[in-house]
Design a protein around this ligand. Structure first.
Ligand code: FAD
Length: 330
């Protein structure tokens, strides 16, 4: 029986398992999801006052779709032998999906870094909630005015005073200019102060020092800057981007031995199994308007499934605490 192994039990891993189950039809296909956690964590909801509610039992999703959950951590991926090592045990695969996600990167050498809070994980979010509970009208400094920082700041503003700090001169720098006006209006409505073009240089007991030399009151400093992809990406690609991710333009490379379409994965040692050559992106002239270009493998065309339809317009939705979400489209 062909075997699809998925590393990771977050949105991407669960979605992959569901996708494989949907594609399976009547075929003989075993689907195994390997992740150390029993629960799918709804990370975008970790800024809420009760982060423990932002989880769903993995087996409530995996059992009905006939996917197995192996509760373990993968340390090694051997693409030549097509095995992964999970908690010391080898598990063979025909197709592998790496969906081990990312983690927040905490700052190196920041005085008082051990006092920082985060909402990257359920434990981090719970620690922050517990720390602020029973503190009347608390003051919180949120570092980073990206997606996560904006969500944290706007939610925490409903429970106390918030100062949002970012090195950039504008909020939501990476979100582009489109949604900025809406975000700024929401921050104003919620009374979130901003100190832009600065960062935190020290965290102490009840205070933070900013790079402009000022010292501000802070019952908690929430770090929401910087992420790094799972270290497992190093084992499948020599080329990674600055966040440790496999560049999508080399989508074939992680599977150095993939089967041609039309061959069943179990036939992996037959001559129909070939190594992918570096992927190429279709020339601009070959792309249809409103579609996402996909890299194609020049040997086995393993990534030549139909382009994903893409709306020519875009939409941002940023939850902003208890007030209606800020959204904009362009
Ligand atoms: C507070 C917050 C707010 C956010 N808000 C938004 C938002 O509004 N909109 C949005 O689009 N995105 C948002 N995001 C980002 C979004 O949550 C992530 O992009 C998404 O959860 C990533 O899903 P993932 O499955 O790729 O990875 P993850 O959720 O990181 O899951 C990774 C999985 O892999 C497992 N794993 C890791 N290492 C191993 C290993 N070695 N072996 C086996 N398993 C392993 C983990 O245990 C986990 O199950 C937010 C994130 C946070 C933290």
């Amino acid at each position: 029986m062909a075997h699809v192994v998925i590393i990771g039990g977050g949105f991407a891993g669960v979605w992959s398992a569901a996708g494989a189950a949907l594609a399976r039809g009547d075929a003989d296909l075993r689907i195994t999801l390997i992740a150390p956690n029993e629960q799918l964590v709804l990370r975008p909801r970790l800024y809420e006052p009760e982060p423990e509610l932002a989880t769903v039992e993995l087996n409530r999703i995996l059992e009905p779709i006939g996917a197995e959950h192996v509760r373990a951590s993968v340390s090694t991926i051997d693409t030549d032998r097509r095995v992964v090592v999970a908690d010391g045990n080898e598990i063979g695969y025909d197709r592998l999906v790496l969906a081990a996600g990312s983690r927040l990167v905490r700052p190196d050498g920041l005085p008082g870094a051990e006092r920082l809070f985060d909402i990257d994980t359920p434990d981090g979010a719970r620690r922050l909630t517990d720390h602020l509970r029973d503190r009347e009208d608390h003051s919180v400094v949120v570092v980073g005015a990206g997606f996560v920082g904006l969500e944290a700041a706007t939610e925490l503003a409903a429970r106390g005073r918030v100062l949002l700090v970012d090195r950039s001169a504008v909020v939501g720098d990476q979100l582009g200019a489109g949604p900025r006006e809406v975000i700024e209006a929401a921050l104003d409505d919620l009374g979130v102060e901003r100190r832009l073009g600065t960062t935190v240089t020290e965290v102490g007991d009840g205070y933070a020092v900013l790079s402009d030399g000022s010292r501000v009151e802070a019952d908690a400093v929430v770090w929401s800057v910087g992420m790094r992809a799972s270290e497992l990406t190093r084992q499948i690609s020599a080329e990674l981007d600055h966040l440790g991710r496999v560049p999508w333009t080399i989508g074939c490379v992680p599977f150095p031995r993939c089967s041609s379409p039309g061959t069943r994965p179990r036939q992996r040692s037959t001559p129909s199994t070939r190594s992918c050559r570096p992927a190429s992106t279709p020339p601009r002239s070959a792309r249809s308007p409103g579609t996402t270009p996909r890299p194609t493998c020049s040997t086995c065309r393993c990534a030549t499934s139909p382009p994903v339809p893409m709306s020519p317009a875009w939409t941002w939705a940023v939850p902003v605490g208890s007030s209606p979400g800020a959204g904009t489209a362009g």
